[in-house]
Design a protein. Sequence first.
Length: 97
Amino acid sequence: MSDIMTEMVERLARNRDASESKSYFIGLERGRIWASDDADYFEMREWSELEAENFDDLELPPREELHFKVLGAETELEWNAYLKGWLDGVREIVETY
């Protein structure tokens, strides 16, 4: 599952233009990957319950912060759209439990 998601993120990242939808979908895939591969149940629950009213105050888990910076160096990402997608991706995985 992660290989397909990683491939999708890479394809979206090739588009260098800024776009809320691109940022959202990259964040969505990264959130799914994090929740599926890296997070434990309690981390997933904690993140899935966050209400993202002020994205500027949130910081991603350290490894995900690194992914955001690397992706941001490759393509322009919009933080709010990326984080909204990331949280939705985590919520999607939590719902499968």
